[in-house]
Structures are given as C-alpha cells and as structure tokens.
Design a protein around this ligand. Structure first.
Ligand code: PAF
Length: 268
C-alpha cells in the first residue's frame, strides 16, 4: 500500500482516504462521494476496510460486528473508488507502540469504552502512514471520533485535511450505522428513540442541562429494551460539558437497544 501511495505522490496525484470498518451503507456512500468531489477524476480515492480489533473493548462486539466484504467491494465499484485497501491484519504479533490522547478521549465514549480511542487513533495513524493521503473523510455521526482525529492531526502535524460528512438518516430518523443490521425484530423501531430524543432536546434551549438529561433518559428508557449510557450537551470544539442547553451546542448520546449499542448526536 505504501509503495503504491509513494508512486501516486511522485506522479502528482492527490489522494483521499475514506477509512471504514466495512458493512458499507449510504452514509459511507456519501463520504465516498465527498472524497471524489474533493480530488476530481484525476485524484485517487482509497477506501480502507478493516475491522480494527484494537478499538473494541468488548470481544462479543468484535465477534458480532458485521462483515460484508463482497457487498462492500460492489458498492465501491459503483462509486468508482480507485482502490479498496482491505488488509487481513495491520499489526505485528508483538505490537507495543500506539497513539494516545489525554483530554478529549477521557469523556463520553472514552469513559464507557476504555481503550477505544487509543485503538481508533493508532489504526488511523497507521492508515495515514500507509496511504499518505492529502485528505481524509470521516462521518459526523461519530462526532467525538472526528474531534479526536482532528486533534491528533493538529498535535502530531499530519499534513492531511480532515473533511467531515453529514450523518445520513433513514426515513424514520435512525442514523445509518453498520450496527443497524443487528437490530432484530422490534428493536429496529425502538432504536428511532435516539433521533427523537435529539429532536426533543431542540425544544429545551435555555434550560438546565441536568434537567433535560434526566427528562431525555426517562423518554428513551420508556422503550422496553433501551438503556442509556450517557446523554451530554457539549461545546462543539472541545467537547466540554455545558450547564445550559444552548443554540450552537451539541447533544451526544449513547444507549443500548437490546444487545446493540448505538450512538447519535445533533447540533442544537
Ligand atoms: O469509524 C470507523 O469506522 C472506525 O472507527 C475507523 C475510523 C475506520 C477506524 O477503525
């Protein structure tokens, strides 16, 4: 991969990387389209597909994560992706180095999934070093992840521009996610409660965050199989928690719907 990337650079081709863990859906399609638009037809669009074991804190979650490589390749062909990079593994058996961050990753997902962001940052750093992209595209649905990656790029001086694609939603509001295929039976309907909670929070501008969080938790947990991990109103730049729900802040939430853990977020 790296040899090819160096050849592209020598030939003056601009490269954009869309890192994914596969099980591609229309949200990914949108990111790939953004990537193509950025580098036009002369540029190179690389989609990486790798279910990164280092970012899973729960072995069952890793085992159950959907893997659909043939369908993923078909989607990439439809979108004229230049290269699908789908390595079997990216780590040496005795790997002992990695990337960590000590501020943004200590909250929200970082609290609930120990080691998750160190795994994400390490694999993204490796992908950047292998693909040598000029641009890389991430989805806004993983808002904390995007914020952490931007911080990594800033603090470690990667010469890469990060582009952020919007969350793509199903008609009933459910944010598209590779994990949605795991929502069996009526869990699929129950899962719409997350986007409905975000909508509800939009009616609460000016209120104390602590009150609205309590109200939203009750609202979500009215669904028989829903259990909230966290609901937080944060500053969009540094993810600091806010005391008052105000315009321009962002709501971030995570909940289990049966066995499936989902996250969502929205700008208020
Ligand atoms: O968002 C994802 O799919 C993953 O966290 C990423 C960025 C591909 C790293 O494994």
């Amino acid at each position: 991969m790296q040899r090819q990337a160096i050849a592209w650079r020598k030939a003056g081709r601009r490269v954009v990387l869309v890192p994914t863990m596969g099980a591609l859906h229309d949200g990914h399609r949108r990111l790939i389209n953004m990537a193509r638009k950025k580098v036009k037809t002369n540029g190179i669009v690389v989609v990486s597909i790798y279910v990164n074991p280092k970012q899973f804190n729960d072995p069952k979650d890793l085992k159950d994560y959907p893997r659909t490589l043939s369908a993923d390749k078909k989607l990439c062909r439809e979108e004229s992706v230049d290269m699908v990079f789908a390595p079997n593994t990216l780590y040496e058996k005795d790997v002992s180095a990695g990337v960590k961050e000590d501020d943004l990753t200590t909250r929200l997902e970082g609290l609930h999934r120990p080691g998750h962001f160190a795994g994400v940052m390490t694999v993204v750093a490796k992908l950047f070093n292998l693909v040598l992209p000029d641009f890389s595209v991430f989805g806004e649905k993983d808002f904390q992840q995007v914020t952490v990656i931007k911080r990594m790029v800033r603090d470690l001086d990667y010469p890469i521009s990060i582009l952020v694609g919007p969350t793509v939603r199903e008609a009933d509001g459910l944010a598209m996610s590779s994990r949605n295929v795991l929502l069996t039976g009526d869990l699929r309907d129950q899962a719409t409660v997350l986007s409905r909670a975000i909508e509800l929070s939009r009616q609460s501008l000016g209120s104390r965050a602590v009150d609205i969080k309590r109200k939203l938790k009750r609202f979500i947990e009215k669904q028989p199989d829903a259990q909230v991990d966290y609901i937080e109103f944060v500053d969009t730049i540094n993810l600091n928690p806010l005391k008052t729900v105000k315009k321009g802040s962002r709501i971030l939430l995570a909940a289990k719907i049966g066995p499936v853990r989902l996250i969502d977020n929205g700008l208020l």
